[in-house]
Design a protein around this ligand. Sequence first.
Ligand code: ARG
Length: 467
Amino acid sequence: MAKKNSHVTWGGRFTAGPAELMLQFSESVSFDRRLAPFDIAGSKAHSAMLAHVGLITPKERDAIHAGLDAILAEVHAGKFTWETKLEDVHMNIEQALTQRVPAAAKLHTARSRNDQVATDMRLWFKYACAALGEKILGAQRALLAVAEANRDVLIPGYTHLQRAQPVFLSHHLFAWMEMLDRDRARLADVAAHANWSPLGSGAIAGTTLPIDREFTAKALGFVDAKGRPQVTQNSMDTVADRDLFIEFAAACATFGVHASRIAEDLILWSSTEFKFIELPDAFCTGSSLMPQKKNPDSCELLRGKSARLQGNLHTLLTLTKGLPLTYNRDLQEDKPPVFDSFDQTAICADVLGGTLAGMTFYRERCAAAVADPALLATDLADYLVLRGVAFRDAHHAVGAVVRLAEENSVALDQLPTEEVQKIHAAFGADWVEVFDLRRALAKRTGTGMPGPLQVARQFARWKKRLK
Ligand code: ARG
């Protein structure tokens, strides 16, 4: 039964409290309690500001701070009692504080839960982006170690999952490295966008009280590189805006896509058909029926989790698309998807790092795959180009050479020179030298190419960058 509602902060204008079912339905404390450290930091800064402008006394501020510190310690120790009937993290903490510290009745002066939750989440996004950046950095370091351990290995690069051209394995691994590095940069961008203080926006229209928004911004670290405070510029936008949620979920989803594509390469490479790599036992599982099986489960789950990360982004886009300004309670549903994106991205980055760190390469299998001279057919066309043949004609001539080799069931480099010269007179006696793999790679000297000099440059670059 609904009863008089004195426990909640907004109870004054109500004669009856919410139904039990409504409490269950509307509570968010079960998931937003993880914001407690950020909520407490926000309240400390806010009360410091209130004292600074004379709205509370220094004594009241100190009592509030001591009370909040005690609550934080209890939260960390798992001793704080969270009450569902108090709805959310904000009211749970404020109520607990009010019971201990009379001055806490003044804490919510010139503040609304709307600018409060916006503040908590901006602080959380800054933390979350930094934490995920570190996790991804860990995966990148694992990747660099694998590249270093297999520095001289060559493999075919693929397009359309068909063998295309030879590359250093490291060049392929460094393609993944670039993807992961963009993920870190994207998260850093989200953190930079989060770096504006909402406090002072109130419910939607600020406050009549003489607050100091810059003071709070500084106290909470919402400052630019020069330490100047950054405060949001429109109170209505501030409490309605959920762009950060979308950006954060998008950054996680993009990482998920990257992890999934890397995982797919690993799954292929570990198959008997490729057998380029052995995945670590620690990240694989067996079959309950087939004793011989070793399944690449960590990779498959990375691929699967990426769907979940995309789903979270989609939830947020759909959640916000039709909302009138400003705050609507729908927005409480903004937190589960971003928390889930954080948790899943964090564990995915760790698992990716662990899987990469433990994999080993079958060098002979890689060498055999890359030995196919057909991988250098393009180099043969380039050879003709250097002898004055137009590329289209060169491409056509080499195509005819490939066909001839296929018809005669011989490798491309085993064709008699006279036969090749019948196809195009520009083929010289030295045409087979093109098929020297190391020589072919050494010719790829430009930035971003898989030649040994460039790969060495990339090793140096990543070693420096991932220090
Ligand atoms: N738990 C709420 C949320 O996460 C806090 C903001 C409540 N604001 C309000 N006007 N009811 O959205």
